[in-house]
Design a protein around this ligand. Sequence first.
Ligand code: IPD
Ligand code: CA
Ligand code: CA
Length: 273
Amino acid sequence: MNTIPLSSDGKTPMEVVRPLVLDAGQILLDWFDKDLKIERKGRADIVTNVDYEVEEFLLSRLRHAYPDFGILAEESGAGGESNAEYTWIVDPLDGTRNFSIGVPLFAVTLALARGDEVVLGVTYDPNRRELFTAERGSGAFLNDEPIRVSHGLDFDAAVIGTDMGYSDAMATYALQLLDRLWPGMQAIRIMGSAALGLAYAASGRLDLYFHHHLSPWDIAAGIVLAHEAGGVVTDRNGGPITLSTPNILLSNAALQAEFLRRTEGLPWRNATE
Ligand code: IPD
Ligand code: CA
Ligand code: CA
């Protein structure tokens, strides 16, 4: 396996990002429930001054540690070294809507990709001080304890997570899908943070998580967490997922197969918008 280079001060990527996301999480907590400057990016999609502040904080530390790496960040787009072998993928605040209304379900999430393969991912929930970490080939952890996807095999007993995302048409199909599935499951959780939804599915809290409209920074950490937690992470039709696949399905193999069986033919499975 290719070894990731050390940072400018001799640290491994995980040694760099662990304290970094904890510090970023503290900035989020310092701002939580305070007056925010809110801008609208779409009908339901917002960004706050805190998204920008935390992103700049993360990027300046990552650039300093790894001047030769590329960067893909939600608020500032592509940066760093172009044509770099490795790219940091950064979402400074996943769950901005929750954050802006005082709901304590949000996270900092970042990942490192070599080409299209995610080799490291971390998602940090500062409210619960929960740090989800994974490195390709080295397992997945929550606060250093190994995690696994759900052992559940019975779809009727499953707790399923999703989010509405920012495509109204696809969200309408997702609601139709839930209507089709209901009540053949235990419960639905609409999280408000896809990164936490994916981390919760990787750690077996949710039995399955699905989403139809995400970006690389929403899913990157979740992909490696899922792989390393023994999960199956695919696109909405069970096919391979890449960083630019907008839809995602994360579960164990049995529940994923059953989800695909029960949702066969629904518009959510093949509509483009
Ligand atoms: C959003 C959240 C939300 C999901 C959206 C994402 P943001 O990220 O993860 O749960 O439904 O699709 O874009 O905007 O809070 O970083
Ligand atoms: Ca996000
Ligand atoms: Ca964000």
